[in-house]
Design a protein around this ligand. Structure first.
Ligand code: AMP
Length: 215
């Protein structure tokens, strides 16, 4: 079977992670979240984690060469199709990723832009809580856990990501506009951009994505 890649684009808090996880499960693809990989590295205190932490805490991006090297390694680990969540995030990353896909004979099915207005993003990010143990993600407004701030899967007390605090949210949105939004034009020019309305229920949005990608 042909190996394919789907890229998720869109602002932080736009629902990339939620949708990427669901789609990966549904089709047996590998979900590659660079944010999750970096947070895990920070937790474990690896060299990558030490380097990434200072950027992440400020809401800035980790340098391109580090991220490109990381993705190259991750893609070698197995031969499943992939759903990219959080990479590429800059034009140099997108160019390097194209080159990597060519070399590894992976076909880019499309880049899906999940379109969400700014006010909605801020509301979602402020209400996001994560489980520090199993990584489950909740939203206290839209998808709260059954018991107040306790993980449904493992019973651990939920926390707020450091970079979901108001000052950092603002910076992450600025960085998104400056560095990542240009990728919309980049993939549009290649005829690979698919935009979906990111406001609605989780199931509705999954349905829109499946439809535009023709999965
Ligand atoms: P995320 O969970 O996707 O919001 O990522 C959290 C943080 O990890 C970002 O704010 C960046 O500091 C860093 N990060 C994740 N992916 C990338 C990437 N592709 N390039 C640079 N930095 C990244």
């Amino acid at each position: 079977m042909e190996r394919i890649a789907v890229i998720f684009l869109g602002p932080p808090g736009g629902g990339k992670g939620t949708q990427a996880k669901l789609l990966a499960k549904k089709y047996g693809y590998r979900h590659i979240s660079t944010g999750d990989i970096l947070r895990e590295a920070v937790r474990k205190g690896t060299e990558l984690g030490k380097l990434a932490k200072s950027y992440m805490d400020k809401g800035e991006l980790v340098p391109d060469d580090v991220m490109i090297g990381l993705i190259e390694e991750v893609l070698k680990e197995d031969d499943r199709s992939v759903i990219m969540d959080g990479f590429p995030r800059t034009l140099p990353q997108a160019e390097a990723f194209d080159d990597l896909l060519n070399r590894t004979k992976i076909e880019l099915l499309g880049a899906v832009l999940i379109d969400v207005p700014d006010e909605e993003i801020i509301r979602r990010l402020s209400a996001r809580r994560v489980c520090p143990k199993c990584g489950a993600v909740y939203n206290m407004i839209y998808s709260p856990p059954k018991n107040d701030e306790i993980c449904d899967n493992c019973g651990t007390k939920l926390i707020q990501r450091d970079d979901d605090k108001p000052e950092t949210i603002k910076r992450r949105l600025e960085v998104y506009r400056r560095d990542t939004e240009p990728l919309v034009g980049y993939y549009r020019k290649k005829g690979k951009l698919f935009t979906v309305n990111g406001v609605g229920s989780i199931e509705e949005i999954t349905g829109r994505i499946v439809e535009v990608l023709g999965l």
